[in-house]
Design a protein around this ligand. Structure first.
Ligand code: ADP
Ligand code: MG
Length: 525
């Protein structure tokens, strides 16, 4: 008997896909979903401020007990003083998956166009409530308010309520409020760690966090220095494949191959464009839209293999710089020593990247066998999957800290920040970074650089300590010697003898800061 079975086929909307695969975006359980939602809102808030040169003021509140008999439901509210969102874009920005203003070559925290929508989706699945957004752009005279949810089948926004108010002052920014089922007790330590690390990497931000127990943490900005905002750049030829090439061709307004190469890519000037076209054996005046499939394939190959392009421009990147890193580490970790090293821009697979390394030692940092590792990608703290991250490998396997005079357990923290328009995340969780050799190499050089500075500090400190010990060893006998001498040499008084001897010893030990013999006697006792 032959059974003929017919499968039923259909396609999923992006919203339905993410509805079925929430864990891909970090929404695997109530604790993680609460943490992830807060993160997505805060990262959008920071992007809307520091990417435009605005000193961020971010207010976050997490409330429980907001719905009767539902203690597991929390209300998250995040307010920023950013550029705001034009009212026409608000519904899609918050309630249509894969809608973003960040699909350009410029470093931002987001760039996948799913972040806040996952929080909205999770909120609507677990509480049935819409998200509320209030926003005003910088020059607008009005504030717009929307209550939205996602139509999962069609991936389109549903507008439940819409209103606008006249602005009475010059406030601009965005406030987002959403209800979500969560687990504060289990999320708490990660949430706090996340804010602490955000304050380290963005010491120019003021962040106020109110938790469900009404505990308020105030991270006051410790500097007004800010990273240079990222600039949008054109693709580098080494990062181009056939599909991207086709898209560039279909969007271009240029009419000759020569102009197309010079206009649509970075790193191609008149001479390089001519050389490429000679390699292709094509007419420089050919219309790019008239290229055959074979010619496009050949062009992609030549662009990948040609080795004489200028390297990718780092203008698209917004790195912190050594000063800001040191301020961040100092203000939050309160160490006795800090160092930082921002590496020169590097390239992997046609993508520009910059690695920055910071180091903090001593003070309030608790000693541990493994250095406290603070990982960041495009200014986002990475808290999960530490051991599979390339930075963990460098800090714990490639580097022998004893070469830098570090004795474990050591009060040591190492910060690694990677900036790129394409971060090579390992896996979909976006929590750890792959061992790309070019990046690993720069991390290692950066860590060695700050470790060398630490070594000089430790050696200097040790010398100073040894000197003090030596000086103390001598000075503590001065009272006895002075007493004996003054008793045999009649015309010399004890006090002046003691002072003279003390001065003699201090001359020898320039770094010893005691004020009198009594000082030393007290310190020895
Ligand atoms: P992504 O951040 O990856 O672009 P999101 O879904 O998190 O994706 O956000 C979608 C878009 O909504 C952003 O690209 C941005 O244009 C806009 N947006 C979200 N939150 C804010 C905010 N607080 N201020 C300004 N724009 C925002
Ligand atoms: Mg986002």
């Amino acid at each position: 008997m032959s059974v003929q079975q017919l499968e039923r086929f259909r396609s999923l909307s992006p919203a339905e896909f993410f509805y079925r695969n929430k864990e891909i975006a970090g929404f695997s359980n109530p604790a993680r979903a609460l943490y992830q939602s807060i993160r997505e809102l805060v990262e959008n808030a920071l992007d809307a401020t520091d990417s435009y040169g605005i000193l961020p003021v971010i207010k976050v509140s997490i409330d429980s007990g907001v719905i009767p008999d539902k203690p597991e439901v929390y209300l998250i509210s995040v307010e920023d003083n950013g550029i705001g969102i034009p009212p026409d874009n608000i519904p899609q920005a918050f309630a249509q998956l894969l809608y973003s203003s960040k699909y350009v070559l410029r470093q931002t925290r987001g760039m996948f166009g799913i972040g806040v929508k996952m929080a909205v989706l999770y909120s609507q699945i677990t509480t049935g409530k819409p998200v509320e957004v209030l926003s005003s752009t910088i020059n607008s005279s009005r504030i717009y308010m929307f209550r939205l949810s996602i139509d999962i089948k069609s991936n389109k926004p549903v507008i439940h309520h819409k209103a606008s108010f006249k602005k009475s002052n010059d406030w601009h920014g965005t406030i987002v409020k959403l209800f979500i089922e969560g687990d504060w007790n289990r999320a708490k330590s990660k949430v706090y760690e996340y804010f602490k690390r955000t304050a380290i990497i963005a010491p120019y931000a003021t962040i106020i966090l109110k938790d469900p127990t009404d505990n308020v943490v105030y991270f006051k900005r410790s500097t007004t220095l800010m990273p240079r905002p990222p600039k949008e750049v054109k693709p580098h030829p080494h990062g181009v494949d056939i599909e991207l090439l086709k898209m560039l061709i279909s969007n271009t307004t240029t009419t000759t191959l020569k102009e197309f190469l010079m206009e649509e890519f970075q790193g191609i000037g008149e001479v390089t464009s001519k050389t490429i076209i000679e390699l292709l054996k094509l007419d420089p005046n050919k219309d790019p839209k008239g290229l055959s499939n074979d010619e496009i394939e050949l062009l992609a190959k030549v662009l990948k293999e040609f080795n004489n392009f200028k390297p990718p421009r780092p203008d698209s990147l917004s790195y912190l710089g050594e000063e800001i890193i040191k301020i961040g580490l100092e203000s939050i970790l309160k160490p006795e020593f800090v160092a930082a090293n921002t590496r020169k821009p590097g390239v992997y697979e046609g993508h520009a990247f910059i690695v920055e390394v910071g180091l903090a030692y001593g003070g309030n940092i608790p000693p541990s066998e493994e250095p406290l590792l603070l990982r960041f990608a495009n200014k986002i703290p990475l808290l999960y999957d530490e051991r599979s991250d390339v930075s963990w490998k460098v800090v714990n396997q490639n580097i022998d800290w004893s070469l830098y005079e570090v004795e474990k357990p050591a009060p040591l923290a190492v910060l690694v920040h990677i900036c790129s328009t394409k971060i090579p995340y390992k896996g979909v969780g976006k929590e750890s970074i792959a061992d790309v050799p070019e990046i690993e190499n720069e991390i290692e050089k950066g860590v060695r650089e700050v470790a060398r500075e630490l070594k000089s500090y430790i050696v200097r400190k040790r010398k100073e300590r040894e000197e003090v010990e030596k000086a103390v060893g001598i000075i503590k006998y001065i009272p006895d010697i002075a007493k004996s001498l003054s008793s045999i040499v009649n015309d010399v008084q004890y006090n002046s003898l003691s002072n003279e001897l003390f001065k003699l010893v201090l001359k020898k030990f320039k770094n010893v800061k005691f004020k009198s013999v009594d000082d030393v006697v007290v310190s020895v006792e």
